[in-house]
Design a protein around this ligand. Structure first.
Ligand SMILES: [Zn+2]
Length: 358
């Protein structure tokens, strides 16, 4: 199948005479590349890889790594999970450049939180693509890439918090207890959501009990409630006529709530088992709403940045802005370490299981 696709892409080379000497795509990729195997049903993959109510479209385990990489062009039950976040990255970058052109941007202390928000979004999108594309390789790969996916979500939450704190928050909110504890709290809850998700994934086996979702959802919900608090305060205290960012903030909250709904419940596939194997899974809809949430956040934060960039250094001081800059990679490293420590436990569990099975 892969060979067919590459051949077809290769023959799409334009017929224009001066372009005819360009190498074909199929010439650039060695013909010895392994092609991904056909997809199989849920009963043909280990229980770890089975998703509730998804009955077919699974990629077989233990293929060559390249097969999983090339499966980006294959039709399987993770295809849309990969493509929703794979396309969201370039769209986000296009919107970034459009806003740079329209509203202006200078790389300095005042723009650091905005830049970190973009970096955090690209990190979570890339790690999610890697997880959905490569997790089918083996049980080790499944755990490793989903732990990294949780790292991405944690740093994204913190990236959003930085943007909300430095560009959207009001003085009255910053003087409250929540405002005073906001940045260390956001970093702590970001880490807690990563640790909670890694723990729940390593602790519970399929079919997953409700306790697993609770372990994932409680820290993530607490993190979100804190991260969004300056925005909610802003929405209720500022006139909508004054602030062009408010409709975008409202849309980012609406999209996030919808994404959380589809993340928490296996709908609509629960009502149509086997009919959402390729298109229509709740997780795909979750990806879609989360990507939209990120787009609206970018628009909102850029508007807030454009209105307040001259005051940011004066209000917060360069030191606090640089501290935020340092805390971001520190949180990333702590989350990666947490994921790797959990991975070590999983590795031991899997080895013990393999020895028992022998
Ligand atoms: Zn996902």
């Amino acid at each position: 199948m892969m060979g067919d696709i590459l051949q077809r892409l290769g023959t799409l080379s334009p017929g224009v005479k001066h372009l005819s000497r360009l190498p074909r795509l199929s010439d650039l990729i060695p013909s010895s590349l392994p092609s991904p195997s056909s997809t199989v049903t849920d009963s043909q993959v280990p229980s770890l890889f089975r998703e509730p109510y998804i009955l077919s479209g699974y990629r077989p385990v233990h293929q060559n790594w390249r097969c999983y990489l090339l499966s980006v062009f294959q039709r399987h039950n993770e295809s849309l999970n990969v493509w929703t976040h794979l396309l969201a990255g370039p769209v986000l970058l296009l919107r970034w450049w459009a806003n740079v052109g329209a509203l202006g941007y200078t790389l300095d202390a005042a723009s650091l939180p905005l830049s970190l928000f973009l970096v955090s979004s690209l990190i979570y999108l890339s790690l999610s693509v890697a997880a959905h594309l490569l997790q089918s390789h083996s049980e080790h790969a499944h755990y490793f890439f989903f732990f990294m996916d949780y790292v991405g979500v944690a740093v994204y939450q913190y990236g959003c918090s930085l943007g909300h704190y430095f560009y959207t928050s009001e003085p009255a909110w910053r003087e409250s207890y929540i405002g005073l504890l906001f940045l260390p709290g956001a970093a702590f809850f970001g880490w807690l959501s990563c640790a909670g998700c890694c723990f729940a994934k390593s602790r519970y086996r399929r079919p997953y009990p409700m306790r697993r979702k609770i372990c994932q959802l409680i820290p993530t919900t607490l993190a979100y409630l804190l991260d969004i608090s300056p925005v909610v305060h802003h929405l209720f205290t500022v006139s909508w006529a004054q602030e062009p960012s408010l409709p975008f903030h409202t849309l980012q909250i609406a999209c996030f709530l919808l994404s959380a709904l589809f993340f928490s419940l296996p709908i609509p596939e629960r009502f149509f088992p086997g009919h959402c194997d390729f298109v229509g899974q709740g997780h795909q809809i979750f990806h879609l709403f989360l990507s939209l949430c990120t787009m609206f956040q970018l628009e909102a934060l850029f508007q807030d940045y454009a209105r307040r960039r001259d005051m940011v250094v004066e209000v917060f001081g360069e030191r606090q802005l640089w501290w935020a800059c340092v805390s971001f990679p520190a949180l990333l490293l702590i989350c990666i370490s947490t994921a790797l420590i959990t991975m070590r436990h999983v590795h031991t569990q899997l080895q013990n299981k393999q020895e028992k099975d022998k």
